[in-house]
Design a protein around this ligand. Structure first.
Ligand code: PMP
Length: 398
């Protein structure tokens, strides 16, 4: 008998998880993942905050096809002007403050973090890096070095030297940022740490300390970016502007794309002697930039950012009504439903998947489940997903 897709998946596709669900999905549309035999799931993960404008968004698909017909890839950075890159960079710059006007395109979130760390070392001439416990920044050696989860990091040592990890939301730790610090990298809302919001004043204190010491402040908005928290980037509602902004995930509208964004003054150190401070063959791929730009225009045109908070609040209200829910932490439509119990959370996730909804817990925070659907989700779809979730919680506590 011919092996089925699931068998081949487990046999030949390298796995990194010890609990792969391996759901068979044939098509995806809006918030729906559609499988064989009429199976379907409401997607509350969005590919981890990638599909912000919905799966198979027609505007994005059209942009991809149209750009693919013109050209796919022409040349590594610099030699040829690839117009989708220019148009996307200019559009993003219009929406960002004067400090963030120069966009360096890369392929992924990890690479955006790598580029940002390299840029900060180069610009300041310093080597020490500061990051926060429970932060997730990526899976390459540099990004791993500043990542907070010890168990994911330790088997790859030695990593970058000179990394200090502070406690998130503990202003007293900020004293450890000094004139030797090249940069501080922070997720303004910790994602894989279980949606931890910054305490009032914390980001401001961080900004002040960086200004005092000359360290660059890097915001990793790879998960919080592109409208998910209600503004294009979270820093815009926090009122604290970083020196370097890292973006990826939904930045490519579902295609692989990331960027680190800074001022022209800081960015231009990459072209001072020695030149070619960061090189990438595919970073800013024209098809990905066209997709990202189409997704951005859709996001803006449909007013999705403005709706994120009300949609999040609708979930929050429904979830808080269940006695097993200890807390809901939320920024727009990026949310953690806290049970304070990892085994219970796992049972809820399993039951939800069986009954038509895809969710999961967080990498460094197994006691809460994730709600981060496409921002296009309707009130009816929110209510339908709440019914599945509440039933799954009932089932898991019984
Ligand atoms: N930073 C944050 C905050 C992330 O959530 C992620 C991905 N989960 C990354 C960096 C790494 O992005 P990528 O997987 O595209 O390398």
């Amino acid at each position: 008998m011919k092996p089925n897709l699931r068998q081949l998946f487990f046999e030949h596709v390298g796995q990194t998880s010890d609990f792969p669900m391996g759901l068979e999905v044939e098509r995806a549309e809006g918030v729906w993942l559609l499988g064989p035999n009429g199976k379907k799931w409401i997607d509350l993960i969005s590919g981890v905050s990638v599909s912000n404008v919905g799966h198979n968004n027609p505007a994005v698909v059209e942009a991809v096809c149209s750009q693919a017909r013109d050209y796919l890839h022409l040349m590594v950075y610099g030699e040829v002007i690839q117009s989708p890159q220019v148009r996307y960079a200019a559009r993003i710059a219009e929406l960002l403050p004067p400090r963030l006007q120069s966009v360096y395109f890369v392929n992924s979130g990890s690479e955006a973090v790598e580029g940002a760390l390299k840029l900060a070392k180069r610009y300041t001439g310093r080597t020490e890096l500061v990051s926060f416990k429970n932060a997730y920044h990526g899976s390459t050696h540099g990004s791993l070095s500043v990542m907070g989860g010890e168990e994911y990091r330790n088997s790859y040592r030695p990593l970058l030297p000179d990394v200090q990890q502070l406690r998130f939301n503990r202003p007293e730790d900020l004293e450890q940022i000094t004139a030797r610090t090249a940069c501080v990298i922070v997720e303004p809302v910790q994602g894989e740490g279980g949606i931890q919001l910054p305490a009032p004043g914390f980001l401001e204190a961080l900004r002040r300390r960086c200004d005092e010491t000359g360290a660059l402040l890097i915001f990793d908005e790879i998960q919080t970016g592109t409208g998910r928290t209600g503004t294009l980037y979270y820093f815009q509602q926090a009122g604290v502007t970083p020196d370097i902004l890292c973006t990826a995930k939904s930045f490519g509208g579902g295609m692989p794309l990331g960027a680190f964004i800074s001022s022209d003054g800081i960015m231009s150190t990459l072209k001072t002697n020695p030149v070619l401070g960061h090189i990438t063959t595919f970073g800013g791929h024209p098809v990905c930039c066209a997709a990202g730009l189409a997704a951005l225009e859709y996001l803006l045109g449909e007013g999705l950012m403005q709706q994120a908070d009300a949609k999040g609040a609708r979930y929050e209200q429904a979830m808080r009504a269940h006695p097993a829910v200890k807390e809901v932490r939320r920024a727009g439509l990026l949310m953690a439903v806290e049970f304070g119990d990892a085994a219970l959370c796992e049972r809820v996730v399993q039951r939800a998947v069986e009954t038509g909804l895809l969710t999961e817990w967080f990498l460094f925070w197994p006691t809460a489940l994730r709600i981060a659907p496409p921002l296009t989700i309707t009130d009816d779809e929110i209510d339908a997903s709440c019914r599945i979730l509440l039933d799954a919680i009932d089932h898991a506590v019984a």
